[in-house]
Ligand binder design. Sequence first.
Ligand code: SF4
Length: 243
Amino acid sequence: LAKLRGRDVAMIFQDPTSALNPTLTIGRQLTEGVMRHENLTRKEADARAIEMLDRVGIANPAARLTQYPHGFSGGQRQRIMIASALMGRPKLLIADEPTTALDVTIQAQILTLLGQLQADLGLSLLLITHDLGVVAAIANDVAVMYAGRIVERAPAADLFATPRHPYTKGLLAAIPVPGVTARGSALPAIPGRVPGLIGTMAGCAFRDRCTIAGPECAVDPVPRVSAGGAQFIECAKASEVAA
Ligand code: SF4
């Protein structure tokens, strides 16, 4: 796993403030992995770090290698985290809520940057997020997860045009639409709570919250059904849902 991490697969996390070590310089944190994985010399590793910092939009990168995380803003720290993830030239970049801790303007900049890096470097980008606006802006394919299972998967355009699974529909219905949602009106919410995942659970984990649940929903396994094209859902009442 140690060989795989950083080289083939890299990850950026939600909160860049706590993901960087405050006691180490940016240069040390960026170069440690590649010096170990690729046996780069200090000079080679520094050159790679400068290249990656430049790529993610950190100005004057060579001078900043000797600085500590507190010298950078939240948005800059997330850029440094992305640079750090790119140091090993990974094929897959996993981004776990990468913009949650940032304000909206910086969020947009980071998402644009991730999109550019994906195109420029030929990366696969796996974005984990609760923000369907972010999904609509950046994703090609979407997997909607509930209680640890993929309950719907589809190309992004299909998912937003024709959501099928009751959970996906509930999520989308809860988003206010400018010009459509009446000011002051209550947004539809999915009733109930996500079930605890300790122990075993037969059938569909969403059934306590689903408005169309029936006895067939308590049976294992919940069927995985095509919803047309590359779209599928995991639902015991797929035909009713589609209708
Ligand atoms: S399997 Fe049943 S409870 Fe689960 S989403 Fe489908 S209809 Fe609702």
